[in-house]
Design a protein around this ligand. Structure first.
Ligand SMILES: [Zn+2]
Length: 318
């Protein structure tokens, strides 16, 4: 080989190697969608936590659309196909997404998937008698209060179960998931501390709500909820329920009602009208987000912070 040929060989080698490394680097950096871990979550909070932890390494499909009634939802055929192709399936449990446990789970081939009930290991609250008495006509009656994600303290445990399932299915990205989980965990802990300190000076012990979804918050932060309707959300309250609530609210001199923007607030309006008529007081209707989707430009944590502000008003915490 003369000098010119040698230079040619070296130049060619450099070009080829550069191309090989560039291709390898490119494919490492830009996983195609097909390479990512396929995660399916039943509803918004779980999908949100999975996305926060999984970041670029996962695609997350959320079955129940944002801000939809969750208690009696039913999956479509397309949803069932997506579940079949998933690597990780995440559901709430505690009878919230009972359609998943009852109808879907027995039909899925689970051999190559991880299926995670995020309330596993959570100390579930039994449904109270007060809530159950309005539930008799309801299609589904659970043994436990399903509204676990509304408490930051319980939601943290659910998110930890999600983190562990991602690591188990995709251990190569352990460090990536762990760093993101630590950040999320810190957010939950800060929020929990804000609730603990924010409500520590409360003067009231009771709140009045349209839908009894506050059980886990009430349990952790030390107050009681009284609901116009029960644990499930699609029933019509009776006239005697209103009378009972109005009497209780006047007894407690409480003139604040909490309503989630997802649900119709007719029952809150009726309650307000009755309470104003009988007490002569102005009654405030305050928003309380159930965190079933982005709303008013707020994500899960944004809604939680707004909820705490509004709870401080109703519980008269300074
Ligand atoms: Zn609910």
């Amino acid at each position: 080989m003369n000098k010119r040929q040698k230079l040619f060989v070296i130049a060619t080698t450099v070009i080829v190697l550069t191309a090989v490394f560039a291709t390898a680097f490119y494919s490492l950096q830009n996983k195609t969608e097909a390479d990512k871990l396929k995660v399916v979550a039943t509803f918004y909070p779980l999908a949100f936590f999975a996305q926060q932890i999984g970041g670029e390494q996962v695609t997350v499909k959320q079955l129940i659309p944002d801000n939809t009634e969750v208690h009696n939802w039913q999956p479509s055929f397309g949803d069932i196909l997506a579940l079949d192709e998933a690597d990780v399936i995440i559901y709430n449990g505690a009878s919230l997404d009972h359609w998943f446990e009852d109808d879907i789970l027995p039909t899925i081939d689970s051999s190559n998937k991880i299926i995670i009930e995020t309330t596993e290991g959570v100390n579930l609250l039994e449904t109270e008698q007060e809530n159950n008495e309005h539930d008799q006509d309801h299609e589904y009656e659970g043994l436990y209060d399903p509204h676990t994600w509304i408490s930051p303290f319980i939601a943290k445990q659910q998110a930890q179960n999600i983190y562990e399932s991602l690591v188990q299915k995709d251990p190569n990205n352990l460090d990536y998931y762990t760093e993101r989980w630590q950040n999320l965990k810190t957010q939950f802990e800060e929020l929990d501390n804000n609730y603990l300190s924010g409500l520590s000076t409360k003067a009231k012990e009771e709140i009045f709500v349209t839908h009894s979804a506050f059980g886990y918050l009430a349990d952790r932060y030390g107050f009681e909820q009284h609901g116009v309707i029960g644990i499930s959300a699609d029933e019509q309250p009776s006239a005697s329920t209103y009378v009972h609530l109005v009497e209780m609210m006047m007894d407690h001199e409480t003139y604040v009602v909490y309503v989630d923007p997802v649900y119709a607030d007719e029952s809150a309006q009726t309650l307000r009208n009755e309470l104003e008529r009988l007490s002569g007081q102005d009654v405030q209707i305050l928003k309380f987000y159930f965190m079933l989707g982005d709303m008013d430009g707020l994500d899960y944590f944004g809604q939680q912070e707004k909820n705490l502000e509004n709870l401080k008003i109703g519980l008269e915490a300074s």
